[in-house]
Each structure stands twice: as structure tokens, then as C-alpha cells.
Design a protein around this ligand. Sequence first.
Ligand code: PMP
Length: 362
Amino acid sequence: MSLIENIIRPDVRALDAYHVPDSAGYLKLDAMENPYRLPENMQKKLGEHLAEVALNRYPVPSYTELKAKIRETLGIPPGYDVIVGNGSDELIVIVSTALARQDRRAKVLAPVPTFVMYALSAQFAGMEFVGIPLKADFSLDMDAMLDAIRVQRPSVLYLAYPNNPTGNLFDLEDMLALIEAMKDIGIVISDEAYQPFAQTSMMSYLPKYPNLVVMRTVSKLGLAGVRLGYMSASSELLAEFDKVRPPYNVNVLTEAAVTFALDHIDVFNRQAAALRGERETLSAALSALPGIEVLPSSANFVLVRLENADTVFEKLLAKKILIKNVGKMHILLDNCLRITVGTPEENKQFLELFSACLSQPV
Ligand code: PMP
């Protein structure tokens, strides 16, 4: 037996690393990034701000200033604190680390299809992932969800609000019924990565439900490269998650960049508003194309269903357009493509090439 076989878990050896396609030279509409950079004057000021940062020192692990800025600008209810992570990806790992157990296999529940990191992180931590299919219209299958809660007794339920890759918001009454059903069983994480485009949140329910956690990120707002996620919940719960958080998980440059950026939150809010408008324009233009079903989106991407999605995806790639082919992720997504909303020029270019691909014979 080789050293690798001896020491690396079989389930890890069987995995593929998270694949991110090389996008150099492509029109990049695959990863739900904000297409706008910071305005030039802000870039310059940010550069000056970052030059002052003491790179020789570790971050202060309490991240007091950064957290205060998040609370002040991003709608955390009074009296609620946050913990920060290297993107929400790290927060998901922190949650799994805190909930995985040695005495029994703890469970992670989520409707599927959804963001893949919930299942992956569960697997990494040795937890069992239970995925309950959404209905055909991508709403929650409440009977199946409530059954799964009763029978499986999951430690955590993830609800991406809006959901990725379907783009829809689940019904609020359904969300509340699930949080209620999980009350003495486990926590419910409302993952609000796309909140700037949905403008709705479970944040105001934190005081009512001690088992509710709200997770967000600055990635989709326009700071995907700096990697910062944050999570709010009762102080008792946050204190437990904080124990398994690596002490210096957010670096000083990220801390300084986000603190600076949030002083200019109106810039990001205007960009999000523009993207919400562009989403509607793009959705309407796609709906006008023959054979395209456009699914309603509350996020900064649009999901479409069409015949021969694989072929169209490959043709777009050949034309240097990168979107996401999600058709193989789940049976409910058969023949679906996910398109991130870009600038008006990018969307126009995409639409032209997309229509050209549709009209070419397969
Ligand atoms: N949650 C959802 C629902 C997402 O779609 C994503 C990223 N695509 C994330 C979390 C991860 O965000 P971050 O960049 O903060 O790690």
C-alpha cells in the first residue's frame, strides 16, 4: 500500500478537487461576480489605505473594527454580533467542524439542487448529507422536508435564500415553518449570499428564533477577490463557532479593504441596483428567444432551460463565452444553463452570440 493510500481517507481520494475553469480571455459570466470594479478615485484611495497596513503583524483575532463596520452598514439587528470567515465557504467549514461528532454521524439537511459546499463540507467533516429534492417549480417540498427533519433529526438545515443555482427565493412561510420544526433539533442557516439582489432577508427573525443563523458574504456585492463572509446568530451559538475558527482566518489586507469599502456602501448598493435592472433586461431578452425557458431569478444570475444545452454551452465556449452548465448537477436542472448578469455591454455581447448559437444547426 502506498503512503497516500495508507494515510488519505478513501472518500477523499475518490474526490476531484473543486474545479474552476481557466477564464483568461473569456467573457466571464460563470461565477456570479459583480462585473464592476471600484470607481477609479476609490481604487486610488484604497491603495493608499492598504499601504498603511502593518503587514508584519498578525490580525487582531477579535476583528473589532471590521465587525463594527459590518454591523453598522450591513443590517445586523441591534445587540447581534457576527463572526467572520475567509468567504462564506470557510464559515460553512467552521459550522461542520463544530457540529461533526465522534459518537454518532451528525446530519446536514438541505433541499437540492443547491450550493454544493453544504454537501462537500459535510463529507469532509464525516457528516451525512441528506438532500431533499425541490419541487419541479423549485419551491420547497414541505411534506418531504418536514418528514426529513422528524426522521433524520439533522444538526443543521441550509436554506440558500435566494437559492443557487435555481435563483428563486423560497416562500417565507415555508422558511418559518422549517425553522420552527427544527427548534429543538438543530440550527437553520439562511445563506443570503445573493441578498443584495433579492433585498429580502431573514435577519429580522434572529431575535425570534434562537436556532436561526444568517450567513452572508461581500463576494457578490463586488468584493469576491478579498474573501470575506460573515454570520450572525445568538451570542451563545456564535461563541461555540468561534472556538473552532482559526484565530487569524481573515488577513489584515482583507480586513482593511472591507472596512474601507463599507465606508462607501452606497457605491455597491448602486451597482447592485443596476444589476437588478440588468437582470430584468437580460431575462426579458432571453424569454423572447425561441425555445428558451427563463426561470424567475432574485439573484445576479439567470437560469435558462433549452434543448441541446450541452451543445450550446460548448459552442459558447468556442466563442470565448464562459457560463455555467449546471445540467448534470441534478435531474431537476436537466438542460439548464446559468448565466451571471454582466454589464449592459457584456449582456448584449452574450445575447448576440447566444442567439447565433441557437440558430446554427446542431
Ligand atoms: N453561498 C452561496 C449560496 C453561494 O452561491 C456561494 C458562492 N457561489 C457562496 C455561499 C460562497 O460565497 P463566498 O464567496 O463568500 O465563499
